[in-house]
Write a protein that binds this ligand. Structure first.
Ligand SMILES: [Fe+2]
Ligand SMILES: [Fe+2]
Length: 318
């Protein structure tokens, strides 16, 4: 028993030393059970967000206003599918099966970003999502490129490159609408009004109420807190709204020269928790649609499995 304990202590000390020197932890390395569990939760939640996030935008592919807009939006939505796949693969390296992750998503046990439980009511929403939602995602994800878990950090490097294209395509839609007719500008303003606050919620609860932040920072999974990232997002996005000639729906928003930051109003955290608990406008729809798509795809998975088995059998016979 004594040997066992001291070997765990030794492994823990080695792990701590690697974290301290900013080395990556790889799938075959020893890691504390809680570190593994935190990463599985975070990476699978991230993967689910990429995949469910295809739904609100997919809703507008058939109604994109031009062939160019349609091609760009399709490319963007396909990127999100790819992000989901990289991330499911990263979570699998921690010993979690893809089937289990999908089952947890569909049962409601696993969460995804609440922002995707809001509906896309007009074409301007596609602009607002790219500009604000992908913009907020980048802010979160840039720090994850330096995450201590190797497969996650490497996946994020590639994902971030694509996210910056998503952000730009959204901003370009907003710019076109903001410089268009009165009706188009009103559409852009309405989209900003509806997406602003949910975008601020994307960074998660305030630091004072975030159960996981402190431990995740110590493990170097996260590098910045929810509130720090939220502040950066407001600082970066407010001048962009000014450039568009649109008004951010926050009467308390103002520049604080002394602090070098924008001050902003209180997020409606009751709304946030309601949506997290499954009571947002689209929660049930999103899961229903996911279950249907997954069931419709059964034959593809079966065919791929049969093909893999036949190839393996042929390789063995040769
Ligand atoms: Fe993405
Ligand atoms: Fe994206």
């Amino acid at each position: 028993m004594k040997t066992h304990n001291s070997s765990i202590e030794h492994l823990q000390a080695e792990f701590d030393a690697r974290i301290a020197e900013d080395a990556k932890i790889e799938p075959k390395d020893w890691m504390p059970a809680a570190y593994r569990k935190t990463l599985i939760r975070q990476i699978s939640q991230h993967a689910h967000s990429e995949v469910i996030g295809m739904q609100p935008e997919g809703n507008w592919i058939t109604r994109a206003p031009s062939l160019r807009r349609k091609a760009v939006l399709m490319a963007k939505v396909q990127d999100e599918a790819g992000h989901g796949l990289y991330l499911y693969s990263a979570a699998e390296t921690l010993g979690m099966s893809r089937d289990q992750m999908i089952a947890d998503l569909q049962s409601g046990k696993a969460k995804y970003s609440s922002i995707f439980n809001y509906p896309t009511l007009s074409w301007a929403d596609i602009g607002a999502i790219g500009w604000l939602v992908d913009g907020a995602a980048i802010m979160n994800q840039v720090m994850l490129c330096r995450c201590s878990y190797g497969p996650y950090s490497r996946g994020m490097v590639r994902i971030c490159k694509e996210e910056s294209f998503h952000q730009r395509q959204g901003f370009e839609i907003m710019l076109t609408l903001a410089q268009g007719s009165e009706e188009q500008k009103a559409m852009a303003q309405d989209a900003l009004n509806r997406w602003w606050w949910p975008s601020l919620m994307m960074f998660g609860p305030p630091d004072s109420e975030s159960a996981n932040t402190e431990q995740s920072m110590a493990w170097r999974i996260k590098r910045q807190t929810n509130d720090e990232l939220r502040q950066r997002f407001v600082d970066q996005t407010t001048p962009q709204a000014d450039y568009l000639g649109l008004t951010i729906p926050d009467p308390d928003l103002k520049w604080d020269a002394e602090a070098g930051h924008y001050q902003f109003g209180e997020v409606d955290w009751d709304e946030f928790w309601q949506v997290v608990k499954g009571n947002g406008i689209c929660n049930r729809d999103r899961i229903r649609q996911h279950v249907k798509a997954h069931e419709d795809g059964t034959w593809v998975r079966e065919a791929a499995q049969a093909h893999a088995e036949r190839k393996a059998a042929a390789a063995e016979a040769a």
